[in-house]
Design a protein around this ligand. Sequence first.
Ligand code: LLP
Length: 449
Amino acid sequence: MNHFPYRDGELFAEGVPLRRIAAEVGTPVYCYSSAALTANYRAFAEAFAGQRATICYAVKANSNIAVIRTLARLGAGADVLSEGELRRALRAGVRPGNIVFSGVGKSPDELALALETGIGQINVESEPEIEALNELAAAKGVRAPVAIRVNPDVDADTHEKIATGMKENKFGIDFDRARAVAAHAGGLPGIEIVGVAVHIGSQLTDLAPFSAAFRLLSELVGGLRDDGHDIRRLDLGGGLGIAYQDETPPTPKEYAAMIATATDGLEVEIVLEPGRAITGDAGVLLTRVLYVKKGVSKTFVIVDAAMNDLMRPSLYDAHHAIIPAIEPAPGTNEGADETADEAANEARVDIVGPVCETGDFFARDRLMPVLHSQDLLAIGCAGAYGAVMASTYNSRPLVAEVLVKAGDFAVIRPRQSYDDMLGAEKMPDWLEDARPLPSTQPLPPKGVA
Ligand code: LLP
């Protein structure tokens, strides 16, 4: 079900017109749908109902505490990769036992906090990390519950910047060395090996690479058990893609069925770390058209959101649907008829932000209904890797985030104020005095005393 439908010609998030949110909160603003989050989580949970599976939502996709809490209330655990994300998951109410700590570079402080908090699983990605964790745990007199993340050298067939499962990627312990590493780690006083983990990449739209990796991992479980390890958990990471444009990603049901086959007979608890599949299509970024500028060869629709607010198009050339908050007349639906002749009420445009970089765009040569200054647009599928990747580049304050529930909405992160942004900076002593700055009059011509 689409939780951002047009109703009587106007775009809604559940029961709230997006125009109302823009009017009350301003733009740009991220707007998430509780019903979409719930439906996505339930679809995942129901797909795995027949398997012993724990769903640890990958907080990195959207780490707003209200979003995490919405999912935690449905039973989700959390996959975190930093102290900040761990703190968010705890604040959202996720039980420590349902938290998995991933990441290739967890600092000793982060590992210590994970141990103090008593989280359920720490995924280790290198031998030096195992040594560091062992020392910390042994000093505290505890054993860290560890899953060894392996790098299976499988091509995930996704954008190169988000593929993580090949030899040349920084992630995981080489598959061929996993048993030797486990043999050593298993003998350390501060380490208890409870499982193995893998994550081969993000936005996968085909099951084959998953299946190849998971089969390898299942074999590894057998090998590690032969070596005497009590392997109880198999963490299969995240990565299930969503439809940004015309992709046809597997459904959670198909994904779950493939996993059931790949892990058949293993008697393990499956851990899943979906991020994008839960929050991706549950959010839009609302932005307003500032100006329509007709260039010599192109028309630029300049909007008030920019690459600092949503980086995916600039960073990965990612496609995001962009639709007006007021429904265009029939036949002007963008995307559906990219090759058709342009009608009088459509135009091919670049949709760009105010940041001073050519890479600051949301769409290029996109067929859109004719747009005007003040029009409100919704950038789709912005619920994952949107707000979390934002920055204040160009001194643009972080935008607001809103959560909708039925006919209601709440601001779950106010727009950053200029005081917050500027007030965080400090003057060194030597610049602190209130001496007036020298005037910026041009220097006198050379030779004049
Ligand atoms: N588990 C681990 C260890 C991960 O590294 C990731 C994502 C996930 C789970 C969740 O993956 P998902 O289900 O969301 O695909 N910024 C990029 C995506 C980066 C993904 C990083 N790792 C983008 O905007 O496409």
